[in-house]
Write a protein that binds this ligand. Structure first.
Ligand code: TMP
Length: 222
């Protein structure tokens, strides 16, 4: 088993480490995930890369439902429940088995996205999210979360050059302002787990900062 100084907040069978990548639209998650993968590969750490919503066949189908623009108004609660339905399947089918056999799990978005988008963006009661979190996550929580932070004006400008907009990317600026504030609040309240990277900096600087964080939080003893 790989030993690290990452906090281990689970007992029992879980041996791998759980790393989540978060951030608003256009903050740089997708651009920088290969840097994390290269780091893990260089350290000889076995890992899987997955994403939310999605990561299994059924959860990817739920992702399509969630992301495709539709005329019918979608209630915040429906959206929240679908996020957790996808997450439940993903946890049971992919995340837990990988962690139990000692692999690292690198996940593009996880529970913090729910607090940021459905809690912050949609103004849903965080108490409801916490109840679902307890029910679905049980004892699985990220050990390290890297948050790419960017002003939504700049982030949306980047994201909206990528082609057709999904249901979230179509939201107005205020929504993304609330998402950003919620993410930063989470990072502030849990600094041992969360590292924030300024996504507005040059790609070179962002990648260097990211490697630094990984060096500090994932010691070279794989
Ligand atoms: P992305 O993975 O391409 O960034 O797109 C996923 C979208 O889903 C993104 O706009 C954020 C949103 N999302 C939520 O609203 N809540 C969640 O819990 C998760 C995982 C994603």
């Amino acid at each position: 088993m790989v030993q690290t100084d990452l906090g281990d907040n689970r007992g029992g069978l879980v041996k791998g480490k759980f790393i989540t990548i978060e951030g608003g639209e256009g903050a740089g998650k997708s651009t920088n995930i290969p840097t994390i993968e290269l780091f893990l590969q260089t350290e000889g750490i076995e890992y899987i890369l997955t994403r939310e919503p999605g990561g299994t066949q059924m959860a990817e189908e739920i992702r399509k439902l969630l992301l495709s623009p539709r005329k019918e108004p979608v209630s915040g609660l429906t959206e929240l429940l679908l996020m957790f339905a996808a997450r439940s399947q993903h946890l049971e089918e992919v995340i837990k088995p990988a962690l139990e056999c000692g692999k690292y799990v690198l996940c593009d978005r996880f529970i913090d996205a729910t607090y940021a988008y459905q809690g912050g963006g949609r103004n849903l009661d965080p108490g409801i999210i916490r109840t679902l979190e307890r029910l679905v996550l049980k004892d699985i929580h990220p050990d390290l979360t890297i948050l790419f932070d960017i002003d939504p004006v700049a982030g949306l400008q980047r994201a909206r050059t990528r082609g057709e907009l999904d249901r979230f990317e179509n939201e107005e600026l205020d929504f993304f302002g609330r998402v950003r504030a919620a993410y930063l609040e989470i990072a502030k309240s849990d600094p041992m787990r969360c590292a924030v990277i300024d996504g507005s900096k040059s790609q070179y600087i962002v990648a260097e900062e990211l490697k630094n964080i990984l060096r500090i939080r994932l010691p070279n003893d794989a």
